[in-house]
Design a protein around this ligand. Structure first.
Ligand SMILES: [Zn+2]
Length: 85
């Protein structure tokens, strides 16, 4: 599944937070210096731990920063429907 930023608000907003999950691949506005702008979410919470899909670089970003910079969310098929406990 691929979601564009304009869809995110309706699809992902729960309360004040976007519903972003571990394993989601997100595309940010600004590419990493390695050229990739896709990041895998490794940890969620107050701060997100993201892994660059291009070079494997790990970063911590506050949730607010992630929500502000995000442009797309790719969620592996199958996880969006019925994977929740
Ligand atoms: Zn990189």
């Amino acid at each position: 599944m691929l979601y564009l930023k304009k869809q995110l608000d309706s699809l992902f907003k729960e309360g004040n937070q976007m519903d972003l999950r571990i394993g989601d691949i997100i595309r940010l506005k600004k590419p990493h210096p390695c050229g990739s702008s896709e990041w895998e979410i490794l940890r969620v919470g107050m701060d997100f731990r993201l892994k660059c899909m291009g070079c494997g670089h790990l970063v911590m970003l506050p949730r607010k920063e992630v929500e502000k910079k995000i442009r797309q969310v790719k969620r592996p098929a199958g996880e969006a429907n019925g994977a929740e406990e």
